[in-house]
Design a protein around this ligand. Structure first.
Ligand code: ADP
Length: 428
């Protein structure tokens, strides 16, 4: 029934009732007034409940009751939806906070809206930076260019603002309406590896080019040479250069093999007796270099588990270095003996010695204190890098002590092979 019809009906009923008392108009008026007051009361209750914004609807009648309950149900489902969204948002924020990469939300061109924990650590952002322009905080021209660039996805590399030694990869991803996501990742290790690879390729090319140039040069001059003595000398130089290239390539191959393999597997290891090998090696070298004096204190019976070929190569490198860098002869003392559970090897010379500032870099590929002298003596610059890798694969490391002008000592220790009669350890 519509409202007007209901009021008319009530007025009629009031008039009928009033006519019993001889005042139909007053009856109609009274009933309508009563109904309006009741209605107003109901509206007030409904209004108050609307204002409260929560709780069950008040007791209402008729259409108002239905309206109130409908609103109540809608309110309840929208509150549940908001709760679900808030939980999702919290989860999302927590996940973004846990990211190792910096995430910064930007509004407009570069106004900071929000950033995660890594944003603070990697980019040095602080809470008071929210609302600031990114370009005003970071003055790097590359970043300004990145913010201005007009591509769908852009990225640059920059030194980290806090620590210039760290390299960051910054990526700008536009999303939504005039919003952007700045992602920053620490790529220091990747960048360092890239530089190492570039340096390595440059070094290898350079090392190969020098003997190759010699070979080509001599081939050109010897083409029409008829003097047997000159021809012979030229061929000798060619042979030297070719031999140098060969040892470089061999060292490179060995290094790349050592690099790609993990520690030698237990079943690959064999009992290695380094003592007799050292004695043979030194006897051969002594015959070739009579000006040097080899002093040996070697226990021939020690056995260590490992890869024979690799350990021989490490020892050979250390002993030939001692020879190479003791140009005026002098004693080369090699001791190999047991102490506690290990076999200790040391190669000591009375040669050039090495200044302290070079010591930490000696095992880097192609690092030489004196490039000319190393090349002249047939060095590839890879010997100590090979020693380091071999020892690392045998869970050991090289110790170097040296005094400039007095000589050097290179030493390492390897665990001794457990004796057959030793009580067996249980393997897990
Ligand atoms: P190289 O082939 O040049 O000898 P290594 O890797 O074996 O390369 O050694 C790296 C550098 O360490 C050498 O160029 C040399 O400068 C220095 N070095 C190595 N052994 C000795 C030593 N016994 N005495 C002095 N310097 C040494």
């Amino acid at each position: 029934m519509s409202g007007a019809l209901a009021v008319a009906f009530l007025a009629l009923a009031g008039a009928l009732l009033g006519s019993v008392f001889g005042a139909p108009a007053l009856g109609a008026l009274l009933v309508v007034a009563l109904q309006q007051s009741w209605q107003a009361l109901q509206f007030r209750r409904l209004n108050r409940w609307f204002d409260q914004g929560s709780g069950h609807p008040p007791v209402l009648f008729g259409a108002l009751h239905r309206v109130a309950w409908r609103v109540y149900r809608q309110r309840r489902s929208s509150r549940a939806r908001s709760r679900r969204l808030a939980t999702m948002l919290r989860e999302l924020q927590r996940a973004t906070q846990a990211l190792p990469d910096a995430v910064v939300l930007l509004e407009g061109e570069d106004r900071i809206v929000w950033f995660n924990t890594a944003g603070a650590t990697l980019l040095g952002l602080q809470q008071r930076d929210v609302g600031q322009h990114l370009a005003s905080l970071f003055r790097a021209p590359e970043l300004r260019a990145l913010l201005k660039a007009d591509a769908s996805e852009r990225h640059i590399e920059l030194p980290a603002p806090g620590d210039r030694a760290e390299i960051l990869d910054l990526r700008l991803v536009p999303y939504g309406n005039a919003r952007q996501l700045l992602l920053a990742r620490d790529i220091t290790t990747v960048a360092r590896l890239r530089t190492m690879r570039q340096d390595f390729v440059a070094n290898v090319s350079h090392e190969l080019r020098t003997p190759l140039t010699v070979i080509l040069g001599f081939l050109e001059t010897l083409k029409d040479e008829e003097d047997a003595a000159l021809l012979h000398r030229g061929l000798g130089r060619i042979q030297n250069s070719a031999a140098r290239m060969q040892s470089l390539v061999e060292d490179l191959l060995l290094l790349s093999k050592l690099d790609s393999d993990q520690a030698p597997a237990l079943d690959e290891q064999q009992p290695v007796q380094l003592g007799p090998f050292i004695q043979r090696l030194c006897a051969d070298l002594q015959a070739l270099h009579p000006a040097h004096r080899f002093v040996l204190a070697v226990d021939p019976d020690l056995t260590v588990p490992g890869l024979e070929r690799e350990l021989h190569s490490a020892v050979t490198n250390l002993v030939t270095n001692a020879l190479r860098y003791s140009p005026d002869g002098g004693a080369i003392t090699i001791s190999y003996g047991a102490a506690e559970d290990s076999a200790h090897l040391s190669v000591q010379d009375e040669g050039l010695g090495i200044a302290a500032n070079h010591l930490s870099r000696l095992t880097e590929r192609f690092y030489r204190v004196d490039v000319g002298r190393s090349r002249e003596a047939g060095g590839t610059g890879l010997g100590l890098a090979i020693v380091k890798h071999v020892l690392r694969r045998h869970h050991s490391e090289l110790k170097v002590t040296s005094t400039l002008g007095q000589g050097s000592r290179f030493a390492f220790a390897l665990p001794l092979q457990p004796r057959k009669d030793a009580p067996e350890r249980a393997h897990g």
